[in-house]
Design a protein around this ligand. Structure first.
Ligand code: C5P
Length: 210
C-alpha cells in the first residue's frame, strides 16, 4: 500500500495536484477538506453555530448523509464554516478514523491512496510514503480563486473580499491548537507562487519517483 499525503493552505492547488497524482498512479483520492465542509454545511443548514462544539459534533455524526458532490460544499461561506468546525477537537476525532481507514484500505481494491488536507502528513498518516506541503503566497491564491469564481468579470471589491476571507481562514487553520496547518518535518515543500499546475505536477512526480 502506498500513501501520498498532500497538505497546504486554502486555494494552494493541493486538490488539483492530488487528483492528478491519483489518476497517474491509479490510486484512490480523498479530499479530506470536503469532510469538514460537509460538517460545516450541515451546521449552517440546521441553523446552528459552527463554533459551538455541540452543534458541530451533532453534524459530524451525520457526515455520511452529505453528498460530497453538492456544489454548495465549494462556496467560501461553507469553507469558513468548515474551518470553524475543524478547530473543534471532537470533530477532528470523529473524522480521523474514516480518513485513516481510507488510507489503509483504499476503495475499489486500489493499491494506494492520495489524501489532501491540512494535517495528513502530521496527524492522519504520519507514516505516509510521500509527503508534500504545497503553498503559494496569499495574493496569488486569492487571484486564482477570484479567476475561478468570476473569470475576467470580477471587480476589485470582490477580489479584496476573497483575499480577506483567505487570510482569515489561513489564520484560523494555522493557529488552532489541535492539528494546526504546518508542514510535517519530513515533507517536501513545493511553492507554487510562480508555477502552473503542470509544472507542479512534474515536480511532485519527480519527488515521489525519487
Ligand atoms: O481544503 P478545503 O479548503 O476544502 O478545507 C476546508 C477547511 O477544512 C479548511 O479551511 C480547514 O479548516 C479544514 N480542514 C482541516 N483538515 C483537513 C482538511 C481540511 O482542518 N485535513
Amino acid at each position: 500500500m502506498t500513501v501520498i499525503a498532500i497538505d497546504g493552505p486554502a486555494a494552494s492547488g493541493k486538490g488539483t495536484l492530488a487528483r492528478k497524482l491519483a489518476a497517474h498512479f491509479d490510486f484512490a483520492h480523498l479530499d479530506t477538506g470536503a469532510l469538514y465542509r460537509a460538517v460545516g454545511l450541515l451546521v449552517l443548514r440546521s441553523g446552528g453555530n459552527p463554533e459551538k462544539a455541540e452543534d458541530a459534533v451533532a453534524a459530524a455524526a451525520k457526515v455520511a448523509d452529505v453528498n460530497l458532490d453538492d456544489p454548495e460544499l465549494r462556496t467560501e461561506s461553507t469553507g469558513a464554516a468548515a474551518s470553524k468546525v475543524a478547530a473543534i477537537p471532537e470533530v477532528r476525532q470523529i473524522l480521523l478514523e474514516y480518513q485513516r481507514s481510507f488510507a489503509a484500505h483504499p476503495p475499489r481494491g486500489k493499491k494506494g491512496a492520495v489524501l489532501d488536507g491540512r494535517d495528513i502528513g502530521t496527524v492522519i498518516c504520519p507514516d505516509a510514503d510521500h509527503k508534500i506541503f504545497i503553498s503559494a503566497d496569499v495574493e496569488t491564491r486569492a487571484k486564482r480563486r477570484f479567476l475561478e469564481l468570476f473569470g475576467t468579470q470580477g471587480t476589485n471589491e470582490e477580489y479584496q473580499k476573497i483575499l480577506a476571507e483567505l487570510r482569515e481562514r489561513d489564520d484560523r487553520d494555522m493557529n488552532r491548537s489541535t492539528a494546526p496547518l504546518k508542514p510535517a518535518e519530513n515533507a517536501h515543500l513545493l511553492d507554487t507562487t510562480n508555477s502552473d499546475i503542470e509544472a507542479v505536477f512534474e515536480r511532485a512526480l519527480s519527488l515521489i519517483n525519487g
